[in-house]
Write a protein that binds this ligand. Structure first.
Ligand SMILES: NC(=O)C1=CN([C@@H]2O[C@H](COP(=O)(O)OP(=O)(O)OC[C@H]3O[C@@H](n4cnc5c(N)ncnc54)[C@H](O)[C@@H]3O)[C@@H](O)[C@H]2O)C=CC1
Ligand SMILES: O=C([O-])CC(=O)C(=O)O
Length: 308
């Protein structure tokens, strides 16, 4: 299994590190436009191999896509991150051009790869890859919901005063401060609905803190987060590499599922060796359906800013 990660910045390097630490890929290529940067990150990471006990070979490349040839999975993290006070949507002007050219170069050298899009605004960048490449739809996946769900579980565990391994929950919808739909009424502690333990104020707090999870970290760090994003991407790559058929909420092109069409938005999918093996349609209550559709309107508005 060969994985390419474009963008050797905070998220790209964290992603490469987690992939190596999980020791399931033979090779990870980090590629960046900044001269020597990816080579430096790759060398630094390789010098952790004997300390951390992995055999994955990590190499770096300054914009030479021939080094990425025949990758099985490619991850796009290239682009600018937001600063405190910004929305993800404000990044579209710069990131759309980067994602369009990077995805085209990647696919030229790895026509059979599964593409994972991370750059923000992620749902719109995922849609852009659908619109500007000829890859089949099951091979284009946006990463957002896996991260948002991890943050949801963190907030649930905090509110429940429970260990995180006790809780389960999922966030669907757009990967944006307003568009996320944490499925609080489906969330559980050891199979028991969290509504049995939390009053409605506490549940509202969990939902609100989950939705602004990225903005909260951006305020604290001065740039956006990277550890949990990198770990979330590595989980998707592993599910594909090991054909795990695991369910994650991912941004997928919808063609009628959930009553939505012609956009990419977070919904539960099964990930395996072909990428998206299946889009899972779960039963939503009327409020959840309404929130998902409102979220879709927001994503479509951002998609409207694309020149496609
Ligand atoms: N979908 C999600 O859940 C998440 C998305 N993000 C997004 O990921 C992106 C990256 O974030 P960070 O790693 O924190 O930023 P960063 O600034 O640390 O790294 C971005 C890297 O991309 C490189 N780059 C820029 N243009 C390039 C090109 N044309 N080809 C190759 N490399 C290029 C830069 O040189 C830089 O090293 C941002 O757009 C951010 O908003 C971040 C966290 C989570
Ligand atoms: O908040 C951001 O801009 C980066 C991101 O998507 C996240 O961490 O969820």
């Amino acid at each position: 299994m060969k994985v390419t990660v474009v963008g050797a910045g905070a998220v790209g390097a964290s992603c490469a590190e987690y992939i190596a630490m999980k020791n399931f890929a033979a090779e990870v290529v980090l590629l960046d436009i900044k001269e020597g940067f990816a080579e430096g990150k790759a060398m630094d990471l390789m010098q952790t191999a004997s300390l951390n006990g992995f055999d994955t070979k990590i190499t770096g490349s300054t914009n030479d896509y021939s080094k990425t040839a025949e990758s099985d999975v490619v991850v796009i993290t290239s682009g600018i991150p937001r600063k405190p006070g910004m929305t993800r949507e404000e990044l579209i002007g710069i990131n759309a051009g980067i994602v369009k050219s990077v995805s085209s170069s990647l696919i030229e050298h790895s026509p059979n790869a599964v593409v994972i899009v991370v750059s923000n605004p992620m749902d719109t960048m995922t849609y852009l890859v659908h619109k500007t490449t000829s890859l089949p739809k099951h091979k284009i996946i946006g990463m957002g919901g896996a991260l948002d769900s991890a943050r949801f579980k963190y907030r649930l565990a905090e509110a429940l005063e429970a260990p995180i391994s006790d809780v389960d929950g999922m966030v669907i919808g757009g990967h944006s401060d307003k568009g996320m739909v944490p499925l609080i009424h489906h969330a559980t502690r050891n199979s028991v609905k969290v509504s049995e333990f939390l009053d409605s104020d506490k549940m509202d707090y969990v939902v609100q803190e989950t939705k602004v999870g990225g903005a909260t970290l951006t305020g604290l760090l001065g740039t956006s987060a990277w550890y949990a994003p990198g770990a979330a991407v590595s989980g998707l790559v592993q599910a594909i590499a090991n054909d795990q058929k695991k369910m994650f909420p991912c941004s997928a092109l919808l063609e009628g599922e959930y009553g939505l069409n012609d956009l990419c938005i977070g919904v539960p999918v099964i990930l395996g060796k072909n990428g998206i093996e299946k889009i899972v349609e779960i039963k939503l209550n009327d409020t959840e359906k309404e929130k998902l559709h409102e979220s879709a309107e927001g994503v479509k508005k951002t998609n409207g800013l694309l020149d496609v």
